[in-house]
Design a protein. Structure first.
Length: 269
């Protein structure tokens, strides 16, 4: 017998019933089935904002806000439209910097909204109100500083910056002819992590203090900050050193490009 699921517009409370799923007994009542089926246009339930810096074919920096990103160890996954300027730069140069703004930088990030480094502006973006902006750093009022191992610059104002290289590119939604080729997921390997001292945990060399680090969060196209810790975390009892993987050791072997990666004021803009 299938479990009866109540919808928001059910007239009568459902009778209590059970369904056998493998070795688990599922009991369904109106209170237990309080969800309503919806179809949101986006599923951005809340992730950190990343200001992704790349360089184009002429060596000119581009800076793009995005939030379809997550990390596993010293690897990151970045979801981007295949026709975006950032995706094209990554495919060509395979280098980037993941700059993480704090919640105090919301206004600067918002100044980059509806801008693109692409000229001409892609049709889908044009329809949504995007415009070409050749000087993203200037538009946002942010300062580019040289990276150590990659050509794209870091953002001086961001409390966390991570220099990275592309290790793999994964097409998304290849099973759907209507979406095929439209979205790419870039797997990047972090080579350097730079932070402001104010977000470091006192008395440690390599730890971020989560009570000091206030990332900017995007949730359903709106910008938010973090509140205080809501509950002690059992997972936090595991020492961070136990998560250290081989990519950290590998990053130490990466030679510095500081001497060959200097952006003058003319090339920055």
């Amino acid at each position: 017998m299938e479990a009866l699921i109540a919808t928001s517009d059910s007239r009568q409370p459902p009778a209590r019933c059970t369904a056998k799923l493998a070795d688990v007994t599922v009991t369904t009542t109106a209170a237990e089935a309080a969800h309503t089926r919806i179809e949101p246009g986006i599923l951005y339930f809340g992730t950190p904002v990343v200001l992704l810096s790349t360089v184009d074919q002429a060596g000119v920096p581009n800076l793009a806000p995005m939030s379809s990103a997550f990390w596993l160890g010293w690897r990151g996954m970045l979801g981007l439209g295949a026709k975006s300027k950032t995706a094209q730069n990554l495919m060509r140069n395979r280098e980037c910097v993941l700059n993480l703004p704090s919640d105090t930088m919301a206004a600067a990030v918002d100044r980059l909204a509806l801008t693109t480094g692409s000229d001409p502006v892609p049709a889908r973006k044009y329809e949504r109100g995007y415009r070409h902006e050749p000087d993203k750093f200037g538009k946002a009022g942010l300062t580019p500083v040289s990276s150590e191992t990659v050509a794209p610059p870091r953002v001086a104002e961001c409390p966390v910056t991570m220099e990275a290289v592309v290790e793999a590119v994964h097409p998304l939604a290849e099973d759907d002819p209507a979406q095929r080729g439209g979205i790419l997921v870039f797997e990047v390997r972090v080579q350097r992590v730079h932070v402001h001292d104010e977000v470091r945990m006192p008395g440690t060399e390599d730890r971020i203090d989560p009570d000091r680090w206030r990332p900017l969060i995007m949730s359903f196209q709106k910008l938010y900050g973090l509140g205080p810790q809501v509950h002690p975390s059992t997972l936090a009892k595991i020492p961070e050193r136990l998560y250290r993987g081989p990519d950290i050791e590998r990053s130490r072997d990466q030679s510095s490009r500081a001497n060959e990666n200097r952006f003058t004021s003319g090339s920055q803009r």
